[in-house]
Design a protein around this ligand. Sequence first.
Ligand SMILES: CC(C)(COP(=O)(O)OP(=O)(O)OC[C@H]1O[C@@H](n2cnc3c(N)ncnc32)[C@H](O)[C@@H]1OP(=O)(O)O)[C@@H](O)C(=O)NCCC(=O)NCCS
Length: 217
Amino acid sequence: MDRTPHIGVREITPSDGDFLVDMVLESANWEGDAVSRRAVLTSPGLARYANGWGRQGDLGLIAFDLDGPRGLQIPVGAAWIRYFPSTEPGYGFVEPGVPELAMAIIPGRRRLGIGRALLGALLVRAREGGARRLSLSVGRGNPAQHLYEQAGFVALPDAATTSTTALTMVVALDHEPVADPGTGATAVPTPSSTSAPTSVSAAPSASASAPASTDSA
Ligand SMILES: CC(C)(COP(=O)(O)OP(=O)(O)OC[C@H]1O[C@@H](n2cnc3c(N)ncnc32)[C@H](O)[C@@H]1OP(=O)(O)O)[C@@H](O)C(=O)NCCC(=O)NCCS
């Protein structure tokens, strides 16, 4: 049976708040089930990743299953960036002008290339939106660190938010568009993707720079 997912991508809207909480929950529980959904909602440090989506600078993408019954668009993951003030920092806070990235894919749909495709699409959007750097916090030992490194993130061992349990990472997005020597067309070199698909078919072997195909959501 072909398990290659057929995935659409759309922007996160304020009505996606509950799903964002779910994704924060999945991120917090990357190595177990220690954190409850209620804990996410009542912990200011966690809740601030999802609260009141739609404020200035919020940018995020939801991946949804295009193969759901009757055309149902079932969300399977999200990646998003949000600016935090120094008075209410995220776990990967670097400075106020650097938005923080968070992401998760629902259990059962991981390791299929969806996260990589979603992250690549988000990095393109973030750059187009004017972000020059992104930061994040990843638990030490979380295999997601490999995904981030492949996307161009580097660890900041001396960051204030780096600890014995979590690592702060940063990616620079401030590349200038360059001309394609073959066509003269400009391309935007980003660490993980050169296109901004509105939907992708994510395959296990999909590379960060080439989601398998694109469709309009
Ligand atoms: C991290 C996460 C978002 C990645 O999404 P995904 O769709 O599973 O990732 P992909 O299938 O695109 O894999 C991309 C790369 O991530 C790394 N990776 C992700 N999960 C991994 C795992 N369980 N074991 C080993 N490598 C893993 C690998 O380098 C992988 O590349 P490879 O398959 O070529 O080896 C997803 O696994 C997830 O939701 N995890 C729990 C929540 C979480 O940890 N969020 C991040 C918090 S910082």
